[in-house]
Design a protein around this ligand. Structure first.
Ligand code: KG4
Ligand code: ZN
Length: 352
């Protein structure tokens, strides 16, 4: 069965054709980084307009790369939540139009849920129960997955997502947008001292929740100094220093120390979950843009080996937003839960 997946929740327009939920026949991602770079963040109005322009060429290329025509497609899956509403609407409207005109089933897929499925692409589904971890620009959440179609939320960030912290710290250091990959690279600079700064790893009463805003502020103060009361007119809003005053080695030390704290915070919660509600887990499903991070991948691999867990780290291409994960999970949901009807709505919030 061939499922056409469509993903448009944020600043990537993506389409993919996946066979039987696993075999990726094509996966096309039209990024908009060039458009949003100037603003160091996604501008929703620009994103939805760019989605409209990129929709048809992206769909055409996904079909061509898979070597199929629209008539060969058996079902249409679309990421319909969560995300920027104007962006989601473009994909959802396209998916409904295709499903209706082709007379094929329509499946609405939750974007976060799809990130969890990315580690099943081009291979099999793991034995369950599994611990699920989504680390992206918009979300940082832990799940217990007893059945693939119904993950249960165990904990999530109470403020910034980990990818958001990466992007903001990258901006503080003057790195190009989107900052996560550039910061990851800077942190790996030879000689960088990951203990140069003792950045805080927040502890919360709820053991499985995350918080990254304190870490981000600690980095800001380490780089630019603590703003003085009443000094609003000085150098950039009262900060004693400019980021550009840091040496290259100093910047690498900040990056490495931040990365140690951010990844340490994630690993701490993963271990707490494995010692608590996910003690029976046989596998770990990880997804979202930050699952491309070098340190997080290495530490999760070591943890999974020590605990004998089947770790599903997606290929790098499936860590970031993509439509193959939407089509893959869409197939699974069609088998287990059935299709949606044309009243399917786009929503900014996840239902997970
Ligand atoms: O999953 P994704 O493409 O979009 C959301 O659903 O949010 O994740 C994008 C996020 C961005 O914050 C980006 O900076 C971060 O993933 N990211 C990374 C790395 N690659 C992407 N963060 C840290 N290290 C990386 N190597
Ligand atoms: Zn995502």
């Amino acid at each position: 069965m061939l499922v056409l997946g469509i993903e448009s929740s944020c600043d990537e327009m993506a389409a993919a054709v996946v066979e039987d939920g696993r075999r990726v026949r094509s996966s096309v991602i039209a990024s908009q980084h060039d458009i949003h770079e100037e603003y160091a963040g996604v501008v929703p109005e620009l994103a939805s307009r760019a989605h409209v322009e990129r929709l048809t060429p992206t769909l055409r290329r996904a079909l061509r790369d898979a070597g199929v025509g629209l008539g060969d497609i058996d079902a249409i899956a679309v990421g319909h939540r969560p995300g920027l509403i104007g962006s989601l609407l473009v994909g959802v409207a396209a998916a409904k139009a295709l499903a209706w005109s082709l007379g094929k089933p329509l499946i609405g897929v939750d974007h976060i849920h799809a990130h969890l499925y990315a580690g099943c692409l081009d291979r099999d589904e793991p034995e369950l129960p599994a611990l699920g971890l989504v680390v992206s620009g918009g979300h940082t959440s832990l799940f217990l997955i007893e059945r693939m179609e119904t993950p249960r939320l165990l904990g999530r960030t109470i403020d910034d997502a980990v990818g958001e912290a990466y992007d903001k710290v990258a901006t503080i250091l003057g790195l190009p947008y989107p900052g996560g990959p550039a910061l990851d690279e800077l942190a790996q600079t030879a000689g960088a001292d990951e203990r140069a700064f003792d950045f805080p790893i927040s502890r919360l009463d709820a053991l499985l929740d995350f918080s990254f805003s304190g870490l981000k502020t600690a980095v800001l103060y380490a780089v630019r100094g603590v703003p003085q009361r009443g000094d609003r007119g000085g150098r950039g809003g009262g900060f004693p220093r400019e980021a550009s005053e840091l040496s290259a080695a100093g910047r690498a030390d900040v990056a490495a120390s931040f990365q140690r704290a951010a990844v340490g915070a994630v690993l701490g919660r993963v271990e707490a979950a494995l010692d608590g509600p996910a003690a029976e887990a046989r596998a770990m499903l990880v997804g979202g843009g930050v699952s491309a991070n070098s340190r997080l991948r290495a530490q999760l691999e070591a943890l999974a080996a020590a605990r004998g867990l089947d770790l599903r780290l997606p290929q790098i291409a499936y860590c970031l937003d993509n439509a193959a994960m939407i089509a893959g999970l869409g197939f699974h949901l069609l088998q287990t839960r059935g299709a949606d009807d044309l009243s399917l709505r786009a929503s900014p919030a996840s239902a997970l």
